[in-house]
Write a protein that binds this ligand. Structure first.
Ligand SMILES: NC(=O)c1ccc[n+]([C@@H]2O[C@H](COP(=O)([O-])OP(=O)(O)OC[C@H]3O[C@@H](n4cnc5c(N)ncnc54)[C@H](OP(=O)(O)O)[C@@H]3O)[C@@H](O)[C@H]2O)c1
Length: 294
């Protein structure tokens, strides 16, 4: 699908995207690149980064990949610095790197719980902290008139209610959302950095969906989640563009839900036709009761 944004909305910007080598992170990387940004992507697997960088370059997008683990502060520092050294500035940080797997709470080890919190929550914090120096108003590579840069944290909706077999990811994304709001307050005030998030629903063709919603589950989801519909990576990338270019200049501290309303979904407990009839009966019964004198 074509983008509704003008192709130059991110012209001259430099974006660093963790998890940018695959899935949603890669789609954000290519859409940002198609809209004028230079792209640095970060991940642990060299072959994934190499393939993604070569795809981006084949689209004419200036792109570079840096190996690193967001859990390690020294990797976070090196990758942010390398991005600055390569492109001369850093305007946008997108934290898309995450870990996930299905596990019943009673079977989840401390290590399993901690690993996901480490990648999603601590990793996001590490990257934000290391990028601060470059994103803040007046930071290296920023001209005086351009203000601060922006941060986008990719979250989820799992923790808005409760999710089966996702206690680790729910806890991690709750922490990510808290970080989004707190950094929006502190760094928005002190450094003119906007910090926002996106909470995607289930997105087709992603590593996350193939792990958490294999076809066997996927085919049945519509039966018990009325608003169930897979989103496209494009949907998330368009929201990311909105929040990261001038269209989002007055948006700070928001985690935008992009899920077709799915987290609000409830099974219909009563057929529509039965509602009128039932209301009539209930109303009649309540009128028939003697009115209270109190
Ligand atoms: N897919 C969905 O339906 C869905 C729904 C809601 C939210 N989300 C969120 O959207 C984001 C992308 O998800 P996705 O499904 O597209 O999955 P994905 O491609 O598997 O995203 C994970 C990416 O992060 C990188 N990564 C993982 N651990 C890392 C670490 N410690 N350090 C650096 N990079 C690391 C991975 O590369 P390496 O393994 O090479 O490091 C991979 O490129 C995630 O934040 C996810 O929670 C996805």
């Amino acid at each position: 699908m074509d983008s509704p944004f003008k192709p130059d909305v991110l012209k001259g910007k430099v974006a660093l995207i963790t998890g940018g080598g695959s899935g949603i992170g890669f789609e954000i990387s290519s859409q940002f690149g198609k809209h004028g940004a230079s792209i640095a992507i970060m991940g642990r697997r060299k072959q994934v980064l190499d393939a993604a960088v070569s795809d981006l370059r084949s689209l004419g997008i200036p792109a570079v990949g840096f190996e690193g683990d967001v859990r390690k502060p020294e990797d976070a520092r090196r990758v942010v610095e390398s991005t600055f050294n390569h492109f001369g500035k850093v305007d946008i940080l997108v934290n898309a790197a995450a870990g996930n797997f299905l596990a019943a709470a009673e079977d989840l080890s401390t290590n399993g719980f901690r690993t996901v919190l480490d990648i999603d929550a601590v990793g996001t914090f590490n990257m934000c902290r290391e990028a601060l120096k470059y994103l803040k108003k007046g930071g290296p590579g920023r001209d005086a008139s351009s203000g601060g840069g922006s941060i986008l944290n990719i979250s989820a909706t799992l923790h808005y209610t409760a999710s089966w077999y996702q206690i680790h990811v729910s806890a991690a994304k709750a922490a990510v959302d808290a970080a989004t709001r707190n950094l929006a307050l502190e760094w928005g005030t002190d450094y003119e950095i906007r910090v926002n998030g996106i909470a995607p629903g289930p997105i087709g063709g992603t590593p996350g969906m193939s792990k958490l919603g294999p076809d066997e589950i996927e085919n049945k989801a519509g039966d018990y989640i009325p608003l169930y519909k897979l989103g496209e990576k494009w949907d998330i990338a368009m929201a990311a563009l909105y929040l990261s270019c001038d269209s989002g200049k007055y948006v700070n501290g928001l985690t935008m839900v992009v899920d077709n309303g799915q987290w609000l979904s409830r099974p219909r407990h009563l057929p529509k036709e039965a509602v009128k009839e039932l209301s009539r009966v209930v109303e009649k019964r309540s009128r028939a009761k003697p009115t209270s004198k109190l």
